[in-house]
Design a protein around this ligand. Structure first.
Ligand code: HEM
Length: 494
């Protein structure tokens, strides 16, 4: 006969022992990470939990982001420690401070002296050590000045508007004859075509398509665990980077050999500008620097815009009243155009007030860049807590946008919440803030607006799996990449 009493006793003892061992491991990990700190600093660390040895809180993070509730990750800190807006954790192999409220995010983003970029080593390997995330503040300022003027501002946007518009009209027409498409995949190709035009204008379609496919692998590895073994996303991403470097190097060699980078003005693109630029000592950029800046821009310049365009279309589809208002506005813009005027102007785009609110609400709700990475250069005191020198800081844009104390009904798609509202500093951060504010913000909004203008007026979308679950890594997307049919409206439909 089995003695149930002793079985229970054994189970209870084993469970207790496992729990004690787990707690001991966590405490040892916390002690190990904090022991290098001065006692005074240690006592002023924010509340939090350093998780397990080696993996820290990564398991909990990945579990939340692979579930249907990514906000449960930061939620678990808020539930346990209160809404302090600042917590300690152990992420991507480093002791880390999580900044989660507008006030704390704002302080971190605005102070370039005390906070420098602190992206995980694995991300730097993929994007490039000489891209914006790996260089000094001085170099960043110079390269940023050089590269952001040609993509932002009135003059630049006027130049690109015609190309964007032609691409939208051509692309929508093509999709309507393709039957079932992965709407997201096609949109990423569309935004890639635009960023390629700006940076590498003269490259051929096959090069463009090959590069775009390689970027998909690069992106999947970006937020994955840095396991460089066959079969893992990070391994594939490293291989993708190698391919990108090789392709861009061969384009660079060709440009250099053609005319030493000295092209007639009208045929210059960003690669030519990078080839020619000199610093105050006459030094030019070397190939590695040019390639890393290009890899970063080509990636940042298409992934986010493609995803946001898809989500804005999907949200409009799911909210008929918003769809109706957005379409009414575009009809009025088309109606009011003088018959002699062909195509959209920037003035037309500025009149798209409701559409602009739709895009802002999509940016808030989707949180394409859910977090940014910084590192403290010195001990920094915020809200009576100390961020120790050398620790990483994660700026949780997503949490700011999904915080009930900042936005009522944060999970609700409600473009009208922006009506007449100028968001308080730090509360709306889809493009980040401070000196690292996204240089492509206006270009992105222009692309999305022009796309939606033509889509709303002339096309409709029918999703094949409207209930497809959402994946949150590396960016939020429907699992089926939004399989859909795009149809041109008949005159009777409009
Ligand atoms: C909807 C579209 C976009 C979103 C949501 C977005 C979001 C962001 C965010 C949040 C950052 C700041 C990251 C940080 O704080 O470290 C950023 C940086 C950046 N973005 Fe964008 N972006 C978009 C489109 C674009 C486009 C079209 C381009 C290129 C033309 C671009 C190029 C960049 C670059 C180069 C940086 C790094 C800036 C620096 O470190 O100085 N982005 N973006």
């Amino acid at each position: 006969m089995i003695d149930l009493g002793s079985v229970w006793m054994t189970v209870a003892v084993i469970t207790g022992a496992v729990m004690i061992a787990k707690e001991a491991m966590k405490r040892a990990h916390k002690w190990w990470q904090e022991k290098k700190l001065d006692k005074k600093i240690r006592q002023k660390l924010p509340p939090g939990d350093m998780g397990w040895p080696v993996i820290g809180n990564m398991w909990t993070f990945l579990r939340s982001f692979k579930s249907s509730d990514p906000d449960s990750f930061i939620g678990s800190f808020v539930n346990r420690f209160g809404r302090t807006g600042i917590y300690k954790a152990f992420m991507f192999g480093s002791p880390t401070i999580l900044a989660t409220t507008p006030e704390v995010c704002k302080i971190v983003l605005m102070d370039d002296e005390k906070f420098i970029p602190g992206w995980p080593k694995a991300t730097c390997e993929l994007i490039g050590k000489k891209s914006f995330i790996g260089i000094t503040n001085e170099e960043h300022k110079r390269l940023r000045r050089l590269t952001s003027t040609p993509i932002n501002g009135h003059e630049a946007l006027t130049t690109y508007l015609k190309f964007i518009e032609d691409t939208v009209v051509f692309t929508l027409d093509k999709w309507s004859s393709m039957g079932e498409i992965q709407f997201l995949t096609e949109l990423r190709r569309f935004t890639f075509r635009i960023i390629m035009h700006i940076f590498l204008s003269s490259e051929s379609d096959p090069i463009m398509e090959a590069l775009e496919r390689v970027y998909t692998d690069l992106n999947y590895g970006m937020r994955a665990m840095a396991i460089n073994l066959p079969g893992f996303a990070y391994h594939r991403a490293l291989k993708a980077r190698k391919t990108l470097v090789a392709v861009l190097q061969s384009i660079l060699n060709e440009r250099r050999s053609l005319n030493g980078g000295k092209l007639p003005k009208e045929s210059k693109d960003m690669m030519d500008a990078l080839l020619e630029v000199k610093d105050e000592h006459g030094r030019q950029l070397d190939d590695e620097e040019i390639i890393d800046v290009l890899i970063m821009y080509l990636n940042a310049g298409h992934e986010s815009s493609g995803h946001i365009t898809m989500w804005a279309t999907v949200f409009l589809q799911e909210h008929p009243e918003c769809f109706r208002l957005a379409k009414l506005e575009q009809e009025e813009i088309r109606r009011n155009k003088p018959p002699t005027e062909k195509g959209l102007t920037l003035k037309d785009v500025r009149q798209m007030k409701y559409l602009s609110m739709v895009i802002d609400e999509t940016l808030r709700l989707v949180n394409i860049s859910f977090v940014a990475f910084r590192q403290a250069t010195t001990d920094v005191e915020i809200n009576n807590y100390v961020i120790p020198k050398g620790w990483k800081v994660q700026v949780w844009y997503r949490n700011v946008h999904m915080d009930q104390e900042v936005y009522s009904d944060p999970k609700e798609f409600n473009p009208s919440r922006w009506n007449g509202v100028t968001p308080k500093v730090g509360t709306f951060l889809p493009f980040g803030g401070g000196s690292r504010l996204c240089p492509g913000n206006d270009l992105a909004k222009l692309e999305i607006s022009v796309f939606l203008h033509y889509f709303l007026l002339d096309y409709k979308m029918e999703r094949l799996n409207p209930k497809s679950p959402v994946r949150y890594l590396p960016h939020p997307r429907p699992k089926d990449n939004c399989m859909a049919r795009i149809t041109k409206l008949l005159v009777s439909d409009t």
